[in-house]
Design a protein. Structure first.
Ligand SMILES: [Zn+2]
Length: 384
């Protein structure tokens, strides 16, 4: 994908010239010799695309291998992928047979000619799904399914662990969703389509190590209350939750109970309906997060970065927001406050009830916001 070390002969000549000039300057001023910038490290990128009410997650390995998990509700995803510079896709995954996940899949297949199609053989079907399967055959794609044991798919140096598939649920297609744990070094991301309680229980019982301690959790079923529960969060222990859903959707997603639960567990949440596409990059040790839209009341895209603290004590994980993303605690709406990492609905409510504040330190009088969390908030908020 990127090869920052590749230098053309022309730029090499320029570089030599620059180095000589730089060396002369250093000698003339007796300054310390210039230190070459470290080469850019290889990164995995996971992007939760803003496709409205549906799911589509783009995964790109440091070697430029590309996987797409679900293709959103419509062919609009094709343009999003083109804007991202995607030219070809190696693997497409359809988590389950619902159109908010495969609506754009046929167009994606026609446009990007993926080689492999991963989906279940669930009995749930529709005429449009059968048409998609016909296209997969017509294109000569290799069709694979999850198995009853973990299936590891290498995407360059990134590993997609396809979770053991729970037995077919003929009553609820959501519970036939494919689960994937993306792993790159210490970084991991868990995405389980629209899975509900039955699949979660199956995975907790049958492959606990594959769902435990994930850096990023994509909330199942667009933040519905049947997609996440306390036990699941206690096992997955995500540092950051993300969710894909449409603005003003008819389903009431995300459910207030899910938001409260994340708030109680101090898991920060980013929503595509509020911040657009969520892009996460990781070098396997640290990760960064950016979003495509500014939330109302902020002056820049949200950026959060942190170390993956799995190998050390979890408490050592640090999170900071970059400059520019300041939310005014005296005037922001609850929704705007909730764009701050670690602020959920209940903390937002308390912040609003405790107004006005003279300084950020004043937030300490809010129950549940300790000095450590206030210090973490420092870079995210202003007091006007
Ligand atoms: Zn869905």
């Amino acid at each position: 994908m990127r090869n920052p070390l590749r230098i053309s002969s022309e730029s090499r000549r320029g570089l030599v010239k620059t180095l000589i000039l730089g060396l002369c300057a250093a000698i003339a001023t007796f300054a310390a010799p210039a230190v070459a910038a470290p080469p850019r490290v290889a990164e995995l990128s996971v992007e939760v695309l803003d496709v409205g009410q549906g799911d589509s997650i783009l995964i790109r390995s440091p070697e430029g291998k590309v996987a797409l998990v679900d293709a959103g509700p419509s062919k609009a995803v094709v343009n999003l992928l083109k804007q991202k510079g995607v030219k070809a896709i190696d693997l497409v995954v359809l988590t389950h047979h619902h159109s908010d996940h495969y609506g754009g899949m046929s167009e994606v297949i026609r446009e990007f000619k993926p080689r492999v199609f991963l989906a279940t053989n669930s009995s749930h079907t529709t005429s449009s799904y059968l048409k998609l399967l016909q296209l997969v055959r017509d294109e000569g794609m290799r069709s694979i399914t999850p198995t009853t044991t973990v299936r590891k798919i290498g995407l360059g140096s990134v590993v997609l662990n396809v979770l053991p598939q729970p037995p077919d649920n003929t009553q609820e297609e959501n519970d036939n969703s494919i689960g994937i744990r993306v792993e790159y070094g210490n970084f991991s991301a868990l995405m389980t389509g629209d899975s509900e309680e039955r699949s979660r229980a199956y995975w907790e019982r049958n492959c606990p190590s594959l769902v435990r301690d994930c850096t990023i959790l994509k909330l199942a079923h667009h933040g519905s209350r049947n997609g996440t529960d306390t036990k699941w969060l206690d096992v997955v222990r995500p540092e950051q939750a993300v969710v894909s859903l449409g603005t003003g959707n008819d389903y009431g997603h995300p459910h207030p109970e899910t938001l409260s639960l994340l708030d109680r567990k101090h898991v920060p949440l980013l929503r595509t309906d509020l911040v657009g596409t969520i892009s996460i990059v990781s070098d396997g040790k640290t990760w960064d997060l950016t979003t495509s839209k500014r939330s109302r009341g902020t002056t820049d895209v949200a950026v959060r970065s942190a170390s993956t603290g799995r190998s050390n004590a979890r408490e050592t994980t640090s999170a900071r927001s970059s400059s520019g993303r300041k939310v005014d605690v005296n005037n922001a709406s609850a929704q705007e406050l909730m764009t701050i990492p670690s602020i959920g609905p209940s903390s937002a409510k308390k912040i609003i009830a405790g107004r006005p504040y003279d300084s950020v330190d004043d937030l300490q009088r809010i129950k549940g916001l300790g000095a450590a969390r206030i210090a973490e908030l420092e870079s995210n908020v202003i007091v006007r």
